[in-house]
Design a protein around this ligand. Structure first.
Ligand code: C5P
Length: 264
């Protein structure tokens, strides 16, 4: 027996880079949501810490102290067996490892935000739609977001976050508007950006192909990259349409990871 926990994918609906600190970290202003798609972890208390990783994206995930799930258990002062079913691509802009670490901190009742483990861990620990600023440590819940229906696509390329930031020419970009809309979220979202799209495309030009393929899907309401990439998403008015479009993409691009999900 163990405790099963869900570690949802984190999506940046928009991500504005607004500056850079003296220590090199970038200041962000981002609207983050969570998907009903994620990794599944099982924790079983024991005398020693160990990790096993299975699932579609298990390949290349460390099973020792390099895994941030391990580091999260250390922060929580917990030992035992952690089993991770890796359903999310990692190094993919959707929180992969951060989601696992945050799920462990939450399940073990740790008060630590996990910021030391990575900039996305505090918002993943928060676990709900939020405006994230600073370098990821300021979290403001956003409550009136409608349920969003999405197709997620990763072209199976890995984009290292530090390299994406270092390719970014303009670091001082406009922040998000002060207020969120009460209606017509698609119009509001369309007016925002992910400032890391262009630098990520420089490193992995296939991201431009993904954005183009998603933009050409009938009925899409918004297309954008999440985080530092390479995962991109398209939003639709309903789950049925998202499913039809996902099937079409799987046929035309069999090498891409294509999933439907809802965000809220
Ligand atoms: O914190 P995380 O592991 O996600 O960050 C990976 C790298 O991305 C950092 O070492 C840093 O180079 C860059 N980064 C940044 N500004 C942020 C978040 C990450 O420059 N706000």
């Amino acid at each position: 027996m163990g405790v099963e926990i869900f570690a949802p994918a984190k999506i940046n609906l928009c991500l504005h880079v607004t500056g850079q600190r003296g220590d090199g970290y970038h200041l962000l202003d981002s609207l983050v949501v969570f998907a009903d798609l994620g990794d599944v972890l099982v924790l079983r208390e024991g005398a020693e810490l160990d990790i096993n990783v299975a699932g579609k994206f298990a390949h290349g995930v460390p099973t020792d102290s390099r895994n941030i799930a391990w580091q999260a258990a250390l922060i929580a002062g917990w030992t035992g067996h952690i089993s991770i079913e890796k359903n999310l691509p990692h190094g993919a802009g959707i929180g992969g490892g951060s989601a696992d670490a945050a799920a462990i901190l939450s399940a073990l009742g740790a008060t630590d935000s996990g910021a030391v483990l990575g900039a996305d861990v505090p918002v993943c620990k928060h676990g709900g739609a939020a405006r994230v600023s600073g370098i990821g440590e300021h979290i403001e819940p956003v409550r009136n977001l409608p349920k969003l229906f999405a197709v997620l696509v990763n072209p199976n390329v890995h984009v290292p976050t530090p390299r994406v930031f270092s390719e970014l020419d303009q670091k001082n970009n406009a922040a998000l508007p002060g207020d969120f809309p009460t209606r017509d979220w698609f119009a509001w979202l369309s007016a925002q950006r992910n400032d890391l799209e262009q630098p990520a495309i420089m490193l992995q030009p296939v991201i431009e192909d993904v954005l183009k393929a998603l933009s050409e899907l009938p009925g899409q309401r918004l297309v954008r990259m999440s985080g530092s990439g390479a995962t991109c998403f398209a939003l639709f008015d309903n789950a049925g349409l998202a499913e039809i479009m996902a099937r079409e993409l799987r046929d035309t691009h069999p090498g891409w990871w294509v999933e439907t999900c809802t965000f809220n």
